[in-house]
Unconditional design. Structure first.
Length: 262
C-alpha cells in the first residue's frame, strides 16, 4: 500500500486483510456545528456504520471526546464499542464499561471556578463531562487567549489533570488519557485483536490515535488540512462519507469472492 500523506486526492484502499475500524465523530462522521449539541450523524451514515460493523464481525468503535452517552444518542440505533472523553470511559464489545473519575471535590471545585470565569466571556461555553471539561470558544474567538489561560491555570492548580487542545476548544482531562491508549486497549481484546487497525480523525486530539495505529502498521487517515502523523488524507466530512461507501463496496466484493472460492 502506497502512503499518501501529502495528497488529498487519493483514497486509502482497504482489501485483503481483516480490519478493525475506529472513527472519531465531530469533524469526521459529523460536520462541525456552531454548538456541540447541534451535531448529528446522517441516518445513511449510521446505516453504513452498522453494515461495516457486521462485515468486520463487530470490530468497529467510536473514539471521541464526547461521553459515551452522547455517542449512543448520535449513532442510534447502532450500539457498540466506544471510547468516550478521549478514553476516560471505554465500553468493550461485551458491553463492560471502564470509567476513570475525578475526585468529587476536584470536580466540584473546578466546575464552579470554570463556570464563574467563563460567565464573564459572552459566547464561550463550558461543557461538563463528569471526569473532564471542555471549554468552547468557537463563537467567541476574541476570548481564545482568555480561555486558554484559564485552562492552563486550572491544570497547574489541580495535579493529575492535563490539557487537550482541539479546534476552538481546550479540554481539561485526567492525565495519561488519550485516544491512542484507548485504541491500544481495544486492540488487545476481541473482536479487535489480530486485525489491522484503521483510524479516521480530524483534530489534534486524534494525533495519538494515529501514532498508535501507525505503530501497528495500520491505516491512519487525517480529515482536513494541517500537519499530522496520519499516513493518508481525506478533504472533509463528505470525503469520509465517500470513502466509507467505497470501502463497504470493496469489502462486500471481497467477502463474495471468498464465498465463491469456498
Amino acid at each position: 500500500m502506497t502512503q499518501a500523506a501529502d495528497t488529498h486526492a487519493r483514497y486509502p484502499t482497504l482489501e485483503g486483510k481483516q480490519y478493525a475500524f475506529f472513527f472519531d465523530v465531530d469533524g469526521t462522521l459529523a460536520a462541525i456545528q456552531s454548538r456541540p449539541e447541534a451535531v448529528f450523524i446522517p441516518e445513511q451514515v449510521i446505516a453504513q456504520l452498522q453494515k461495516l460493523s457486521a462485515l468486520s464481525q463487530g470490530a468497529l468503535a467510536l473514539v471521541s471526546g464526547r461521553p459515551i452517552e452522547q455517542l449512543d444518542a448520535l449513532a442510534a440505533p447502532w450500539h457498540g464499542p466506544a471510547a468516550g472523553v478521549h478514553g476516560a470511559e471505554r465500553r468493550n464489545a461485551d458491553g463492560h464499561v471502564h470509567r476513570i473519575s475525578l475526585p468529587i471535590e476536584v470536580e466540584q471545585n473546578l466546575r464552579m471556578e470554570l463556570q464563574d470565569a467563563m460567565a464573564c466571556w459572552p459566547g464561550t461555553q463550558l461543557e461538563v463531562k463528569g471526569m473532564a471539561f471542555a471549554l468552547h470558544y468557537r463563537q467567541a474567538m476574541q476570548h481564545e487567549q482568555d480561555v486558554l489561560r484559564l485552562a492552563e491555570q486550572s491544570v497547574k492548580r489541580f495535579p493529575g489533570l492535563a490539557l487537550q487542545p482541539g479546534k476552538c476548544v481546550v479540554e481539561i482531562k485526567p492525565a495519561g488519557i488519550d485516544k491512542g491508549a484507548a485504541i491500544s486497549d481495544f486492540m488487545q481484546q476481541p473482536p479487535f485483536a489480530g486485525r489491522t487497525p484503521v483510524f479516521i480523525g480530524d483534530d489534534l486530539t486524534d494525533e495519538k490515535g494515529f501514532l498508535a495505529v501507525n505503530e501497528r502498521q495500520g491505516v491512519s487517515i487525517k480529515v482536513g488540512e494541517g500537519s499530522s502523523q496520519a499516513d493518508y488524507r481525506l478533504n472533509d466530512v463528505d470525503a469520509v462519507y465517500g470513502w466509507l461507501e467505497r470501502t463497504l463496496l470493496l469489502l462486500e466484493q471481497d467477502n463474495v469472492g471468498k464465498e465463491f472460492r469456498l
